[in-house]
Design a protein around this ligand. Structure first.
Ligand code: FAD
Ligand code: FES
Length: 289
C-alpha cells in the first residue's frame, strides 16, 4: 500500500469533543467505491462485535475513510481505545443505498445533530457537485460539543449553528434554525437530516406541512448488515423495510419514528451489563484500555 500503511490501519485519531472520536482509516478500495449516505461495518478485533458507522469523510486520492465514533457501549468503547497504527479486523462496505442526488432546483438544507453531523459533510459535498445551493444546520447541547464546524463551513453556502444553551449561534434546536429559514422565505426544496431519532422526527414534522421533500438516515440496531437477520427492520409508509439494504435513507414523512425509538431501546439492560463489565475489565487491566 502507498506510504507503507496497511489495509484498515488507523492513520490518525482525534478526540473532537468529550466522548466523540474521529478516526482516519486506510481503506483505498472501499473509499473508491463509496458514495455519500452509505455506511460501513467495523469490527475492532477478532472477538469484537460488528457495529455500523456512517461515512464521515472520503478521501479517494489518499484512500482514506473517516468515521466518527461516539462511545455509548461496549463495542464503541473498544474502538475508541484503539491506537494509531493498529488495524481494524474488518472494515466492511460501502453498505446501503447512497443518498439520492440531483439538482433540486432550489435550496437544499443538510441538518445534523451529534454524530449525525459528520455524515452530512459528504452529502453536502455531493449536493454541491450536483449544482445545488446548500445550507447546513448543525446543533449540539452547548458550544464545546459542536463538531465539524470548519469542515461544513468550507463546503456549505451558509452554515447555521444552534446550541440548546445559546453558548454559540442560535439558541435552540436545529429545528429552530430550519423554521427561521422557512419563515424567511428561503426556497427550500430538499432537506436531509441525520442525528438522534427525536431530532429527525421533529424535522419531518416541520417540513411536512410545507411539502418539502425530506429524507432521514435511520440508525436502528443492526446485526449482520446484509438483510438476513431482520434486526434493523423499520416501518416506512406501513411497510417493513430493512435499513441496512433498503436504507439507511428513507422518506422522512413515511417513517414510523415511534416504533424506531421503541426498537432501539429493546436491549438496554443487556447493553448496560456488557458496557459495565468491559469498563471493569479495563480498570483491572484485562480489557484494551
Ligand atoms: C447506519 C448506521 C450508522 C451509524 N453511524 C454512526 C456513527 O457515525 N457514529 C456513531 O457513533 N454511531 C453510529 N451509529 C450507531 C452505532 O452503530 C451504535 O452506537 C453502536 O452500534 C453501539 O454499540 P455499542 O456496543 O458501543 O453500544 P450498545 O451496548 O450496543 O448500545 C449502547 C447504547 O446505544 C444505543 N444504540 C445501540 N445501537 C444503536 C444504534 N444503531 N443507533 C442509536 N443508538 C444505538 C443503545 O440503545 C444503548 O442505549 C450508526 C448506526 C447505524 C445503524
Ligand atoms: S442488520 Fe440484519 S437485516 Fe439489516
Amino acid at each position: 500500500m502507498d506510504g507503507g500503511c496497511q489495509l484498515n490501519e488507523i492513520l490518525d485519531k482525534r478526540e473532537l469533543c468529550p466522548n466523540i472520536t474521529m478516526f482516519r482509516i486506510s481503506s483505498p478500495e472501499l473509499v473508491r467505491r463509496a458514495e455519500a449516505g452509505q455506511f460501513v461495518i467495523l469490527r475492532a478485533y477478532e472477538h469484537s462485535e460488528r457495529i455500523p458507522m456512517s461515512i464521515g469523510g472520503l478521501d479517494p486520492a489518499n484512500g482514506i475513510l473517516t468515521v466518527v465514533v461516539m462511545e455509548v457501549g461496549r463495542s464503541s468503547a473498544e474502538i475508541v481505545r484503539m491506537k494509531v497504527g493498529e488495524r481494524f479486523m474488518d472494515v466492511v462496505g460501502p453498505l446501503g443505498v447512497p443518498t439520492h442526488m440531483k439538482d433540486f432546483g432550489g435550496t437544499c438544507v443538510v441538518v445534523g445533530g451529534g454524530v449525525g453531523i459528520p455524515p452530512i459533510l459528504p452529502i453536502a459535498i455531493a449536493l454541491k457537485v450536483h449544482g445545488n445551493k446548500v445550507i447546513g444546520i448543525i446543533g449540539a447541547r452547548s458550544k464545546d460539543l459542536l463538531i465539524y464546524e470548519n469542515e461544513l463551513g468550507g463546503v456549505c453556502d451558509r452554515l447555521l449553528v444552534t446550541t440548546d444553551d445559546g453558548t454559540e449561534g442560535i439558541k435552540g434546536f436545529v429545528t429552530t434554525a430550519l423554521q427561521q429559514l422557512v419563515d424567511a422565505g428561503e426556497n427550500v426544496k430538499f432537506v436531509m437530516a441525520v442525528g438522534p431519532v427525536i431530532m429527525m422526527k421533529n424535522v419531518a414534522k416541520l417540513t411536512q406541512p410545507h411539502g418539502i421533500e425530506t429524507w432521514v438516515s435511520l440508525n436502528p440496531i443492526m446485526v449482520d448488515g446484509t438483510g438476513m437477520c431482520g434486526g434493523c427492520r423499520v416501518s416506512i409508509g406501513g411497510k417493513s423495510k430493512f435499513a441496512c439494504v433498503d436504507g439507511p435513507d428513507f422518506d422522512a414523512h413515511k417513517v414510523d419514528f415511534d416504533e424506531l425509538i421503541q426498537r432501539q431501546a429493546m436491549y438496554k439492560t443487556q447493553e448496560k451489563i456488557a458496557y459495565d463489565t468491559y469498563l471493569e475489565k479495563c480498570k483491572i487491566g484485562l480489557g484494551r484500555a
